[in-house]
Design a protein around this ligand. Structure first.
Ligand SMILES: [Zn+2]
Length: 224
């Protein structure tokens, strides 16, 4: 299912339940995650833009990089690149092709992807994986959050290499301290169906207030 969200952003939701986003600048475009079903995404992207397009991954779970082979340039946080062998073995049952290391580029926290008119800032929000990030789009006032805080339903922390709750809480607090300028931004999560409650109820998407609530929740759980 494809939905145009703004003049510059499209949402792609695949049958595997993964949600990806296309962000189009003046001279470059970026796909944020690329689903898990291994569908032909590039033909859809080319129906929207002829610009060069890079793939930015929020984290290294295969339900977010299923179509990565279609992209010449793939970017992933350095800590999730280190974790790739563990994830590839743990999730091999999903049958997703391993990421091609020759196309893979690493970035660190704070890396800025300039799409010319659109800028995406990679901001660490670790826990779900060691290198989980959100991408902040200040021009469109939105945040692409992958699985870093869940998708309005669960935060999956029972996967290999996920942080324990004390470390996740520290990660949330660090994000909270730097995210004040983005307080009213719209969040776009990595599994939209979990947030979409149907026509009767509005989607339960993540939002900025979720972060301090998550900090409190982690504290309460740690305290028993
Ligand atoms: Zn994930």
């Amino acid at each position: 299912m494809i939905t145009q969200l703004t003049d510059f952003i499209w949402r792609y939701h695949d049958e595997m339940g993964s949600t990806s986003y296309l962000v189009v600048g003046k001279t470059r475009a970026a796909m944020i995650d690329c689903g898990g079903a291994g569908k032909q995404l590039m033909s859809w992207i080319r129906s929207i833009t002829d610009l060069p397009v890079i793939l930015l991954l929020t984290h290294a779970h295969p339900d977010h990089y299923g179509s990565a082979a279609e992209f010449d340039e793939v970017w992933l946080h350095e800590d999730d690149i280190s974790a790739l062998p563990v994830f590839e073995e743990a999730f091999s049952v999903m049958g997703v092709r391993p990421l091609d290391r020759k196309k893979l580029h690493s970035f660190a926290d704070g890396h800025v992807f300039d799409l010319d008119g659109e800028t995406l800032i990679a901001c660490a929000l670790k826990g779900h994986t060691p290198g989980s990030v959100v991408f902040v789009d200040e021009a469109q006032r939105c945040i692409f959050s992958g699985d870093a805080v869940g998708s309005g339903d669960i935060v999956l922390m029972s996967v290999p290499l996920a942080y324990d709750l004390s470390d996740y809480k520290r990660s949330l607090v660090a994000f909270l301290e730097r995210s004040e300028p983005w307080a009213n931004y719209t969040w776009h999560a990595g599994h939209y169906h979990q947030a979409d409650r149907g026509e009767a109820e509005p989607p339960n998407t993540p939002f900025c207030e979720l972060i301090p609530e998550m900090v409190s929740l982690c504290g309460a759980l740690i305290a028993g």
